[in-house]
Design a binder for this molecule. Structure first.
Ligand SMILES: [Zn+2]
Length: 723
């Protein structure tokens, strides 16, 4: 296991090297690897045992060793050399991609429903091997070798525990499914029929059961190792690969979530997501390259800094992914570039470990809504979740992600407000927990189809949360783009133009308000529907024309809590079109429903991100300077992601193929100056406020239950510490 009392800088150079040329891996030098890792300031190194090509970097008896190593135990040499430099090693093992095994055992390949091996034709992808085939035994034998042969490692990581595109229909899968369910294996992926759903969930269970078996095998030999696998967040806009992270993650001691995409939004979202999955400090990984793999130069310092410090400010440790050259050497310049970034991370460690986030808003992420409701169009749900998360993050509201299991009344009680962005699929139990939470004073913001389906994707006649929301579903409005018109004199419209129709660029439901529900905005339709009516309109954007009187935004008191329902999807419009009025609308709704000021607020633009953690002084083992009544201190993180204009990060095309899209590098971050930070706390809570890690003391004022601090400058990231 890794020491939890310090932040770690993980280094992960990919060693996926084929062996058709005897020059490959010839220059692999454990001393060079260890020296560069130390130079880069890494504390944990991920050492390769087996790569996607199926080559082992140790002398395996169960499979194939990389030809050019000829019996040499490179893995052991690397681990020892690293240990001499006080760097821990996690063993990397590639699971469901193994070219060597698939080439020699064609029946072990994952196959599409026509019987063709996956992938059909591709130079940049690798054959998938099936865990229902005898390949599974091969993997377990190799894991046994590793768990019994490498005591100096601290853990093992299984990559690619997944189904290839379209999933597997091989003979082994057909036989296993028939035995278990009595049905023939369906011939395509399907969520909408009971058998299709059984099939999809069965696939997911195969991965889960494999992970369990692998974990218990490893733990039997190495109880102190950290076991982990590559968790693919459901936020990825690609075909579902069969993982069910909320269930699978209990097998892991460490959690790793990739954030390869170079969209600043993803760094914070994935970190918050990873934190929702685990109570440990998760790891967020990203490449050191400017492009995916074709441009071998290293990202500018500003980019690496922003990318490493954003997860740190969100309670996670960063991992930098590199790649070996085919000869087995690493690029020394790249490791020199990483050094100042690692130093910045490690200097912040004392204020980051053993810290708990300050809770204000929770946004629900619903895997059933992504699978059953959005089905093969994941963006139809994910853009709503992403847009809501982005709006709250850009609005500096402290936000956690609540997964399905977190929708229980005792978990929710810690939050002032729960946001359900188009959370279509909710179970009766979850609905009861949400109702109880609101009755007892929690705030709720729900949009569009929230609770219109059960957790299996079966349509309800009305919203399951109808009583709490104070609205009933009536029908769809047959317009793809709609507007809303604010009613005057309500807080939901604060800061928004009262007379201007506000575009949602999405459809809305026609709903009916129940007694006690106020209408804060009504639905306004365009003169024709974009894309449907065969009429000519000016510039292709039909202007607002027809008032309907249907409620578009409603507010009400339910028990002791406040509720906002929005019939459209302003969060999707914010995500896809960056409509600022939609962000304002969402933030107004959240703050009104919360019925309390956020515990920490920051004046400044959307390019600044705010998080806050409470850190018990005794547990973190830090010499206490000053004190507060609770024996803990407050650490407020401000991350600056304001890139120099002209080098901005694009926000379109996130996820999916976009995960590996090229993005503009951040060459420079514009420092932010003279920021006002307000912290809800009595005067007695602070004897000292200072900037970390610099230690510079800050003047502060305390008045009316609020501490006010002016932060002179934030370059990449700073911590304002209240003790
Ligand atoms: Zn199969």
């Amino acid at each position: 296991m890794l020491d939890p009392n310090t932040v770690h800088v993980h280094l992960h150079p990919d060693m996926h090297t084929p062996d058709w040329d005897p020059r490959f891996m010839r220059a692999a030098d454990p001393q060079q690897i260890a020296e560069l890792a130390a130079r880069a300031g890494g504390t944990v190194f991920w050492a390769f045992a087996k790569c996607v090509h199926g080559s082992a970097y140790y002398p395996t008896r169960a499979g194939h060793q990389h030809e050019t190593l000829a019996g040499r135990d490179l893995l052991a040499e690397v681990i020892s050399a690293l240990r001499a430099k006080d760097i821990a090693s996690v063993i990397y093992y590639c699971t469901c991609n193994d070219t060597w095994a698939a080439d020699r055992n064609p029946d072990w390949s994952q196959r599409n429903s026509k019987g063709q091996a996956l992938p059909e034709v591709s130079i940049n992808d690798f054959p998938w091997t099936c865990l229902n085939s005898p390949y599974r035994q091969r993997v377990l034998e190799q894991l046994h070798e590793l768990a019994h042969g490498y005591d100096e490692a601290v853990g093992i990581f299984l990559d690619r525990v997944d189904w290839g595109p379209g999933g597997c229909y091989c003979d082994y899968c057909q036989r296993a499914f028939k035995i278990e369910t009595g049905h023939p294996l369906p011939t395509r992926e399907q969520w909408q029929t009971p058998l299709g759903r059984t099939f999809m969930l069965w696939r997911s269970r195969v991965l889960h059961e494999f992970l369990r078996e692998a974990q218990s095998l490893v733990k039997a030999a190495q109880p102190d190792w950290a076991f982990s696998h590559n968790v693919y967040p459901e936020t990825r806009e690609i075909e579902w690969v069969g993982q069910w992270p909320e269930r699978d993650v209990h097998i892991d001691d460490e959690v790793l979530v990739e954030a390869f995409g170079d969209y600043t939004f993803e760094w914070m979202r994935n970190a918050t997501y990873a934190r929702a999955l685990t109570k440990q400090r998760p790891i967020i990984s990203f490449g050191r390259f400017v492009g995916p793999m074709w441009d071998w130069t290293t990202k500018p310092q500003a980019h690496l800094m922003a990318q490493c410090l954003t997860p740190l400010a969100n309670g996670c440790d960063p991992m930098m992914i590199d790649s070996f050259y085919p000869d087995g050497s690493l690029d020394p310049d790249a490791y020199a570039e990483m050094a100042p970034v690692s130093a910045a991370v490690r200097a912040r460690s004392p204020w980051c470990v053993a810290a708990d986030p300050l809770q204000y808003a929770a946004i629900h992420l619903s895997l059933p809504s992504r699978l059953y409701y959005a089905d093969d169009q994941p963006a139809e749900y994910l853009h709503d979740f992403n847009g809501a998360f982005k709006a709250l993050a850009d609005g500096h509201l402290l936000t956690d992600i609540a997964l399905g299991r977190d929708l229980a009344a005792d978990n929710l009680a810690a939050y002032r407000v729960l946001v359900l962005p188009n959370a279509a699929c909710l179970s009766d139990d979850q609905i009861a927990a949400i109702a109880q939470y609101v009755e007892q004073g929690g705030g709720l913001v729900a949009t569009h189809s929230t609770s219109l389906y059960d957790e299996q994707g079966n349509r309800r006649l009305d919203f399951g949360l109808s009583e709490v929301l104070g609205v009933s579903y009536r029908e769809a409005i047959n317009f793809n783009t709609t507007f809303l018109q604010l009613e005057s004199g309500n807080e939901i419209g604060a800061g928004l133009p009262a007379a201007t129709p506000l575009s949602l660029a999405t459809t809305q439901w026609k709903v009916e308000a129940q007694a006690g529900t106020e209408t804060a905005a009504t639905v306004l339709l365009p003169m024709v529907d974009y894309g449907i009516a065969p009429r000519r309109i000016t510039w292709g954007d039909p202007p607002p024309e027809m008032p309907t009187g249907h409620p578009a935004v409603t507010t009400r008191q339910h028990g002791k809590g406040r509720v906002v329902y929005i019939a459209g999807l302003p969060e999707r419009a914010y995500f896809q079109r960056h409509y600022i009025h939609c962000r304002r609308l969402i933030l107004n709704a959240v703050r009104w429903a919360a019925a309390a000021e956020p515990p920490v607020t920051l004046e400044g633009g959307a390019g600044l991100k705010l998080t806050a953690f409470r850190q018990p002084l005794a547990e973190s083992g830090i010499a206490s300077v000053g004190k507060d009544n609770a024996g803990s201190r407050l650490v407020v993180h401000i991350v600056n992601l304001q890139a120099v204009p002209g080098h901005d990060i694009k926000h379109g095309q996130m996820g999916g193929a976009g995960q590996l899209n090229w993005a503009n590098p951040i060459e420079e971050i514009v420092p932010a100056h003279d920021l006002l930070l307000r912290i809800a706390a009595p005067a007695s809570a602070a004897t000292r406020v200072y900037l970390a890690p610099e230690g510079e003391e800050l003047d502060f004022e305390s008045e009316g239950g609020e501490i006010r601090v002016r932060v002179p400058t934030v370059h990449y990231h700073t911590m304002v510490v209240v003790e």
